[in-house]
Ligand binder design. Structure first.
Ligand code: CTP
Length: 346
């Protein structure tokens, strides 16, 4: 049977049990866009069309993705309907705050982007809930230290690894905060995002979150040096400085591992260009972390930028595990398996 024939059969007029069949077959039901009218009817248990009847007949999780005019979203009747749907166990996304229908200006009511909807679907369908209710703090990307208003010191980190970890941890049910420096990749929908431009800003953001975190995964590449006195105006080529006075930035990871809560797990990354394992082991001790993810920037397929990585995991107890070359998204899952096991005491 072709897909078209199958659809024709499902939607053939006069099938009295269509709503039951659709409801039973679904692993999850997504209503996007969910209009004010549909939300109102679902909240009151209507069943006078295929969609609302299917909602009553399904036992699958249901995700409403609202999209409507901002005044309609803010109306007390809609607010009450949405609250009621949530009380009943339905998931209702908050709409985005942005441009609405043409000529209608901007405000809360815009349908969330497909990436956000897919992220929520991933969280609903994920079978591994080992991180449910855990607070996971992830840092990612490169920080930028200003030289003058148009120049900065930074590094090649793209933020891919941390973004993948934050997305996967959120899928596994964690309450995720992602502290992001400069990144070249879109940040995942779901986690709460705090932007941090400089190493100092990232240090402050981590310090503000670490006491409540069950896990810190420090995948960011904070700049190690900052300009002592950045110029307030653009430095001119003619007669301008030819050297910069640099000072070391704070070691965020070291400070955070000293301020962590009891029983939490702290993971660092070590990017080396020489004897990677030796350098990583030294950093594990110095920064007092539970696990160090070590890779070699000079190795094919590893390090900044690419979609893959090949790492060695070093543990506090001296264990050393070499993982094969894999996608950063796969590595994120491997790391979270181990972090989940550490948190759950196994
Ligand atoms: N890190 C940090 N604060 C910094 C620099 C690095 O918290 N100012 C963190 C990184 O996020 C990473 C770990 O420390 O998790 C190791 O980073 P790396 O750059 O390899 O180590 P450094 O201590 O900067 O050592 P070096 O650059 O001298 O190799």
């Amino acid at each position: 049977m072709t897909g078209r024939q199958a659809l024709a059969e499902i939607f053939e007029p006069g099938h009295a049990l269509d709503h039951i069949r659709l409801a039973r077959e679904a692993d999850v039901v997504v209503i996007a866009p969910a209009t004010a009218d549909l939300i109102a009817r679902a909240a009151h248990g209507h069943a006078n069309d295929l969609l609302t009847a299917s909602l009553l007949a399904t036992s699958a999780p249901v995700l409403f993705v609202p999209a409507m005019n901002d005044h309609m979203w803010a109306h007390p009747q809609t607010v009450r309907n949405v609250a009621h749907l949530r009380e009943l166990g339905y998931r209702v996304l908050d709409p985005d705050d942005g441009p609405l229908a043409i000529g209608e200006g901007s405000g809360p009511g815009r349908m969330p982007e497909p990436d956000t909807i897919f992220a929520h679907l991933g969280r609903i369908l994920e079978s591994d809930n080992t991180l449910r209710g855990r607070r996971v703090l992830v840092t990612t990307g490169a920080t930028r230290e200003p030289v003058d208003p148009v120049r900065f010191i930074s590094n090649h980190s793209t933020g891919k690894m941390g973004a993948a970890i934050a997305a996967a941890a959120w899928r596994r049910g964690a309450d995720v905060t992602l502290i992001a420096g400069h990144t070249d990749v879109p940040l995942p929908g779901g986690p709460r995002v705090i932007r941090a431009e400089t190493t100092e800003a990232m240090a402050r953001a981590v310090a503000g979150e670490i006491a409540a975190a069950d896990a810190l995964i420090m995948a960011a590449a904070p700049a190690d040096f900052t300009v002592k006195t950045p110029s307030a105006s653009k430095m001119k080529r003619e007669g301008g400085a030819t050297s910069l006075d640099l000072v070391q930035t704070a070691d965020i990871l070291q400070a955070a591992s000293g301020a962590r809560k009891r029983g939490s797990v702290v993971v660092g990354f070590a990017l080396e260009t020489g004897d990677a394992a030796e350098g990583g082991a030294e950093k594990l001790r110095a920064k007092n972390v539970d696990m160090m993810v070590v890779n070699d920037q000079n190795e094919e397929g590893a390090g900044f930028g690419g979609d893959t990585n090949r790492v060695t995991l070093l543990s506090r107890d001296g264990k050393r595990e070499e993982l094969p070359l894999m996608l950063k998204t796969e590595l994120a899952e491997e790391l979270l398996d181990r972090i989940g096991a550490l948190l759950n005491g196994s």
